[in-house]
Design a binder for this molecule. Sequence first.
Ligand SMILES: [Zn+2]
Length: 303
Amino acid sequence: MPHSPASPPSGRPPRSRRLLTAVAVPVLLLAGGLGYGLAGRGGGDGGGTGHDDAKAAPAPARTPASPVPSPSAGPLSGKVVVLDPGHNPGNRLHTADIKRQVDVGNGRKECDTTGTETNAGYPEAEFTLDVVRRTRKLLRARGAEVRLTHDGDRKFGPCVDERAEIGNEAEADAAVSVHADGAPAGARGFHVIMPGAVHAGKADTRAITAPSHDLGTRLAASFAKATGTSPATYINGGTGLDTRSDLGGLNLSRVPKVFLECGNMRDATDAGLLSAAEWRERAARGVAAGLTAYLTAGAGEKS
Ligand SMILES: [Zn+2]
């Protein structure tokens, strides 16, 4: 691809330091055994989700300090994944902060938004955090280094430009922003949003449109299989794939990235799925499977 003279600054951090965070896995596993999770929906401020109900129980008889999985173990060893939980549960308390306009290359957008919620009041921002935490656990078990744009540890945001920048800084091999939609009742299903080619201001997605399309296609297939749900009835002829050039989180990304809208929170049937922890675990498996398929395809070809 032709490139303008303005190439990104050099001096990026070496990829080697990516291997370090795999050590966090045992901590999660131990925490999962404590059964501190809040069941189901609306579980507070994100403190207690992310454990795997199915695996928490078995006796810890063997090795409490079991061997730290080698950073090189697993099919995703050496890969860096950035997961972006859409919105933030705290955004609704910081409406002035998140209304600040940020530059997304071809325009200006709000720093962040509150997101939607189910009719019963389960917020999208809680949903996205839960799915992302579950996905992180699965990917780390496969050897990936996983970074989140936030982990319920900020009062609001980050802004969409910062969310993109976190993936860029990490030199992520792939990034996925997890959301749920707020379409009219009766509209159902998931869809993936891929970056259109944007070359304006500080946005230049030309190099990531093709790999992002590959990622998006694999993600849609894996998500359908894992969740048993269908592509959205209301987007792009039911293909489950959409392309947009107005999302800051995509426009400003320099690494392959897609958005995933897991379902429609405003449809009662979809909302029932999205509100169920068991379904969110399936959703996480779908996201992890899509990323794994993408990251292991044509090994050696990518980056
Ligand atoms: Zn959203």
